[in-house]
Design a protein. Sequence first.
Length: 139
Amino acid sequence: MVGFDGSDHSAAALEYAFEEAARRQAGLRAIHTWQMPVVGPGATVYTPLVEDILAAERRVSTDTLAPWREKYPRIEVEQTLVCGHPVGVIYEASADADLVVVGCRGLGRFGSAVLGSVSHGVLHHARCPVAVLRAREEA
């Protein structure tokens, strides 16, 4: 399975996950997580806002996966969209996975020496092997 947030930093994780699925002749569960913005006490007033956010996240998820589905048409992809913290969502999903793939942003020289909070959390809590992929350096 691969966890992604739709950012450009997800590309390395998606590339690796699709390549591994192709190599293993396996299906791929692609989990896009997002978190609800904090709202005040009258949250029922925000229903249209929540629906708009969900629709936008669906578009991000579908648009992000589209080129990978085209490049790897033989891979059966289970696309999942979950509102929740990525570490918890991926932890739960890892119970049924052979491998979890996530990206890591790595910001600058210092950032390249440490993992981000999500990749760190997944690495320490997943119930199966984890691959953490850093985006390629841009020239």
